[in-house]
Design a protein around this ligand. Structure first.
Ligand SMILES: *[C@@H]1O[C@H](CO)[C@@H](O)[C@H](O)[C@H]1NC(C)=O
Ligand SMILES: *[C@@H]1O[C@H](CO)[C@@H](O)[C@H](O)[C@H]1NC(C)=O
Ligand SMILES: *[C@@H]1O[C@H](CO)[C@@H](O)[C@H](O)[C@H]1NC(C)=O
Ligand SMILES: *[C@@H]1O[C@H](CO)[C@@H](O)[C@H](O)[C@H]1NC(C)=O
Length: 620
């Protein structure tokens, strides 16, 4: 620009500065060159006597290139006012600069100019119109222009297919590619990437194979991105053998290639394979770490996920919000409060870095605190959240409920309604369970009715289960039994078990027998029904009947699923399963347990169920 300005000065000195050719050359440089200054071009342009359409086009193109599209539009309007007619280049230059921030009304107005001035059969104009419409995400309008176009420009096809992909209309994207194949137009690599990612979203293995074959047949040389998309499509279709084959044949692989294969193994449940593969990734990024950590979380292998999370910290890989949510989920499910707190410190520390402390992370924190019974801290997080979503409210309602804060859960539910957030089935389940835990029968009945009548949510079997539990625990046994009989869907064992539990509490042997029989019928191999029945007989001192049920269990070899619990000590997690003696300090633990039991007996505690909250966990 400096040199250009010097030459420009010379032309002024020598008096040729208004020569049309001189003006043109200066404007062309400023508008086309990547170092060109469009404002300088404008100054020269404004002094140029009677610029021709070529120069107007150059200015429009210059403005479009610098995304100052509003200036390009005003240039176009000014041009019409000076009675200069647009030519074949005007509209492509003008429309190419469009961004979604320009009103679509202006776009439509320009479209009607195109039509009136009869440029609508020009292929370049057609493509630029398709581009303009696609920006607004209205695929119907876009398709209408496309359908009337000549369809011989690969760029137009490309815009259509990528826009369908962006609008998540993957079917349309695929259908259009089928049409494209029948023409002579060759897809670009970007088109192929879009179409493969559509196949991946549709889990369309036939489509994927077809495109793969197409690539081979047409001797297309795929770049890494196209190969990665191909991997991804095979992996999401669970065709891991083919995915691995492609992976092995790739000349260049990046961390995305490795991560795609990793998630493929995780999706088909090959965990140990996945872990092995993960360990072999040469340079791991936060996404590959998070994929593996989250893979463990999705399999309830929380301990391993947290161990990996710690390793990630040791290797100084900066986590992102997805990593944090996975780690918090693991902490929540292990009750690992200490670690959860540490994750929170990480989040607070990295607030402005990679981790966005957004709703997503906030929700996971709330869930973690509630599951660790830290109600106050969960509420603190909630109060500090800048923005909440439906899941935030649901977490609060469910969390209050499971910690026995029935009133707070119901208040939270009402507050949510005041914010005009539409509750869903999960939300209702949360608040109904809260009613159940705090024995609020009337509120529960009302909520249950509201759910159907005012919100059109059909209750699912879990909602019925919750209501039965609520009625049963409140001693309304026959109402609960009638409620089950009136259910429009088949009650499952959870529903019956809830009532059976209540029969135990209120020592209703007759109903208990009926219900237990239903339960044993539904799940003959599950011990829980038998055990609950035993509890009832035990509570009523009907030892004969109790022995009979136990014998029945023995004969059928019914066992209870083993209980499991875990605790966190100084940040490490210890897991215990029933009858499991694998812990390295097992002997000490059992002798301590014995001492505690002795001490309890001495101070008068009898570890025998006395009929108040009986449940099968206490039996045997
Ligand atoms: C997509 O296509 C499949 C089969 O061609 C069809 O079953 C499905 O309903 C379509 N989905 C949409 C949203 O058009
Ligand atoms: C297609 O859309 C999905 C999301 O809808 C996006 O993840 C993917 O990157 C897109 N692919 C292309 C090639 O635009
Ligand atoms: C996929 O291809 C197989 C074999 O060519 C065929 O049997 C099947 O119907 C196809 N599936 C779809 C959804 O087109
Ligand atoms: C993509 O994969 C093919 C084999 O499927 C291979 O020939 C090609 O070199 C790969 N491209 C890159 C950039 O790795």
């Amino acid at each position: 620009m400096d040199q250009l300005k010097q030459i420009h000065l010379q032309t002024i000195v020598t008096g040729v500065s208004l020569d049309p050719l001189v003006c043109s050359m200066i404007i062309i440089f400023c508008c086309n060159h990547h170092l060109g200054d469009i404002n300088y071009a404008r100054q020269v342009f404004d002094k140029t006597p009677q610029p021709k359409v070529f120069l107007w086009n150059t200015m429009i193109k210059g403005y479009s290139r610098t995304t100052q599209t509003q200036h390009a539009i005003s240039m176009y309007i000014q041009m019409l006012r000076t009675n200069v007619k647009p030519d074949d280049y005007t509209f492509p230059f003008l429309l190419k600069g469009f961004t979604p921030s320009i009103s679509s009304k202006i776009g439509k107005a320009i479209h009607s100019h195109v039509y009136k001035l009869r440029f609508d059969s020009n292929p370049a104009v057609q493509t630029s119109l398709i581009h303009m419409y696609s920006l607004y995400g209205n695929m119907d309008d876009t398709r209408r222009v496309f359908d009337t176009s000549l369809k011989n420009d690969p760029i137009a096809w490309n815009i259509m297919i990528t826009s369908y992909n962006r609008s998540k209309l993957f079917n349309e994207s695929k259908n259009l590619f089928d049409k494209m194949e029948k023409t002579q137009v060759k897809p670009t690599l970007i088109t192929l990437v879009s179409i493969l990612s559509a196949c991946s979203k549709l889990k369309d293995i036939n489509g994927t194979k077809h495109i793969h074959q197409y690539i081979k047949n047409n001797k297309i040389d795929p770049n890494v991105k196209l190969n990665n998309t191909l991997l991804d499509a095979y992996a999401t279709c669970h065709e891991m053998d083919t995915a691995l084959e492609v992976f092995t044949n790739m000349k260049t692989r990046d961390v995305i290639s490795w991560t795609v294969i990793l998630s493929g193994f995780l999706n088909i449940g090959k965990f140990d394979f996945a872990r092995d593969f993960f360990d072999r990734i040469p340079v791991k990024d936060s996404i590959s770490w998070t994929t593996m950590i989250n893979g463990y979380v999705s399999q309830n292998r929380f301990k391993e996920s947290l161990m990996l999370f710690k390793k990630m910290q040791d290797e100084k890989i900066e986590p992102d919000e997805f990593t944090m949510v996975s780690a918090l989920t693991a902490c929540a499910n292990m009750g690992a409060l200490e670690l959860g707190e540490w994750v929170k410190v990480c989040i607070d520390k990295n607030h402005n870095l990679k981790i966005k402390n957004d709703v997503f992370v906030g929700n996971a924190l709330i869930d973690m605190y509630f599951k660790c019974a830290e109600v106050g801290k969960a509420v603190d997080v909630f109060k500090k959240m800048v923005k909440e979503d439906k899941f935030t409210w649901t977490n609060m309602i469910v969390g209050y409920g499971m910690n026995g804060f029935g009133n707070e859960a119901i208040n939270m539910f009402n507050a949510m309604m005041k914010e005009s957030i539409k509750p869903d089935g999960v939300c209702y389940l949360g608040v109904l369970c809260a009613c159940m835990h705090s024995g609020k029968v009337d509120e529960g009945r009302k909520l249950f009715d509201d759910m159907r009548i005012h919100h059109g949510i059909e209750p699912e079997v879990e909602h019925y289960g919750c209501m039965v539990d609520l009625l049963g625990r409140s001693g309304l046994l026959s109402e609960a039994y009638e409620f089950i009989n009136a259910m429009p869907i088949r009650p499952n064992s959870v529903v019956w078990r809830a009532l059976l539990g209540a029969c135990g509490i209120y020592k209703d042997v007759d109903l208990g027998e009926i219900v237990a029989r239903k339960l044993v019928e539904l799940e003959p191999d599950n011990g829980a029904g038998y055990v609950l029945l035993c509890n009832i007989y035990g509570a009523c001192n009907r030892w004969e009947d109790l022995r009979e049920v136990r014998n029945l269990m023995m004969n059928k070899r019914v066992t209870k699923t083993p209980g499991c619990s875990c605790i966190e000590v100084y940040g490490s997690i210890h897991e215990f399963v029933v009858c499991d003696r694998s812990h390295f300090r097992c002997d000490e633990i059992y002798s301590m347990l014995e001492r505690i039991t002795q001490d309890l007996k001495v101070s008068g505690y009898t570890p025998k169920s006395n009929g108040k909250f009986l449940d099968f966990g206490e039996w045997g």
